[in-house]
Design a protein around this ligand. Structure first.
Ligand SMILES: Cc1cc2nc3c(=O)[nH]c(=O)nc-3n(C[C@H](O)[C@H](O)[C@H](O)COP(=O)(O)OP(=O)(O)OC[C@H]3O[C@@H](n4cnc5c(N)ncnc54)[C@H](O)[C@@H]3O)c2cc1C
Length: 397
């Protein structure tokens, strides 16, 4: 297999669009097929850590995006009732100096819009209302064709499956297997600051409590507060994996929490409820002329705020590999580079569920106390954990 001149991508999420832009900037012809009738991410926030920002910078998007961001001052973990800090690690200027890029909070819709505009400018062809049902590989013609529900086909040298956790491309490559419900649901919402009755700290804050946690942070220069409220549940009965959430149920679930949390929830007028799903590590991420990225191959619990960051890194590295190696070597190299990192962060995200939800009763609380002591007496231990995630620079390595 030689170099690629034309790539078709299933899915115009953050991962698919980043890969499309990186490839188009290398002179590759790119077609992206998206099932939605129009582009636009569901209204919620996204934490973009320095490792992801370095990719967005390299793709030429930093200055355009910077008008929409909020820069948090700390990453904090606080007690759900007393508000006591278990962790208060500096972000802001300190993180920027340490990692060579700032830590941002962004509205998903802003990132998506800027990415889509950059893709259009770089000549990426976006096909909407394009529901992918599978693909067909033709080894003789050295091409792969993406098949749509309406009978259309898009053929190219390579197919990238960036179609999320329920990826049709993954299904054909590796067989039908439902995602695993991770025993957690998440309410998400965005509240205008003008509606708030409490003062929210300018931090990326996790409120840890038994069987639950609550995340709050500012968006769009501080005009909005984004929240994610996570609760453990034994099952998810709805057919859909996302539905409108019941604000009253959310208020009840967090009623006895610290006033900063309960008052914040009181200001929420609407919310969406998500089932949090995952998958076991896949045996491979590529086969023939087909490769996966982002949630299609490594969905993770959002408890490190790294799912989109990993999809962004994937897209960049995949494009780099394709520019440096012949196709089969490029796909092999891509998986060799990306899989260990994404798998590690998947595991770290899962482990954070235990920490944030005080698993193990008294023992769970002791773990948070140990974190607090480490922050005071051995901050380098915590720092080295964060360095491995935020200090990673795929644009250099
Ligand atoms: C509550 C919550 C909070 C999170 N917070 C963060 C955070 O702060 N920071 C962070 O980095 N990550 C976060 N994440 C994770 C992040 O949202 C995902 O990892 C990321 O969006 C994955 O991007 P993706 O492009 O791989 O997939 P997706 O965003 O799922 O995009 C897939 C695209 O493919 C399209 N598609 C799907 N099927 C088809 C089909 N059959 N045909 C055509 N198109 C199709 C979809 O419409 C979609 O546009 C969070 C996740 C959750 C649930």
């Amino acid at each position: 297999m030689g170099q690629v001149n034309c790539v078709v991508i299933a899915g115009a999420g953050i991962g698919g669009l980043c890969a499309a832009l990186a490839l188009a900037k290398q002179g590759v012809r790119v077609v992206v097929c998206e099932q939605a009738a129009s582009l636009g991410e569901v209204g919620a926030g996204l934490q973009i850590s320095p490792n992801a920002l370095k990719v967005l910078r390299q793709l030429g998007l930093e200055s355009e995006l910077s008008q929409f961001v909020f820069k948090p001052q700390h990453a904090a973990i606080r007690d759900y009732k007393t508000g006591e800090y278990y962790l208060k690690s500096p972000l802001g200027k300190q993180a920027e100096a340490r990692y060579g890029a700032p830590y941002w909070h962004l509205h998903r819709a802003d990132l998506h819009q800027v990415l889509a505009a950059a893709c259009a400018k770089a000549g990426v062809e976006l096909v909407l209302n394009a529901v992918v049902i599978g693909y067909r590989e033709n080894t003789e013609l050295k091409q792969v064709c993406l098949l749509l529900e309406d009978g259309r086909e898009f053929c190219a040298d390579l197919l990238i499956g960036a179609d999320g956790i329920r990826s049709k491309v993954r299904e054909q490559m590796l067989g039908q297997e439902c995602p695993i419900f991770m025993g957690q649901v998440a309410w998400r919402g965005v509240i205008p600051v003008s509606d708030l009755t409490v003062d929210v700290k300018p931090d990326a804050c996790v409120w840890a409590g038994p069987g639950r946690h609550f995340v709050s942070y500012y968006l769009r220069g501080g005009d909005y507060v984004n929240f994610v409220a996570v609760e453990e549940r034994s099952d998810w009965r709805s057919e859909s994996w996302r539905e409108e959430g019941d604000v009253e149920e959310l208020k009840r679930a967090f009623a006895d929490w610290h006033p900063e949390v309960s008052e914040l929830i009181k200001s929420a007028s609407s919310t969406f409820l998500w089932a949090l799903n995952g998958r076991d590590e896949l045996p491979t991420w590529h086969k023939g002329r087909v490769v996966l990225l982002g949630d299609a191959c490594h969905p993770m619990l959002p408890f490190m705020a790294q799912g989109a960051a990993m999809a962004i890194e994937d897209g960049y590295i995949l494009a780099k590999c394709l520019s440096n190696y012949a196709l089969s070597d490029a796909l092999l190299k891509y998986e060799q580079v990306r899989k260990p990192r994404a798998t590690k962060i998947q595991q770290m995200s899962k482990a954070n569920a235990g920490l944030y939800h005080m698993h193990g009763g008294v023992f769970g609380r002791m773990k948070l106390k140990a974190l607090q002591a480490a922050g005071r007496f051995a901050p380098s231990v915590i720092q080295s954990k964060l360095d491995a995630v935020y200090g990673h620079d795929v644009t250099k390595n």
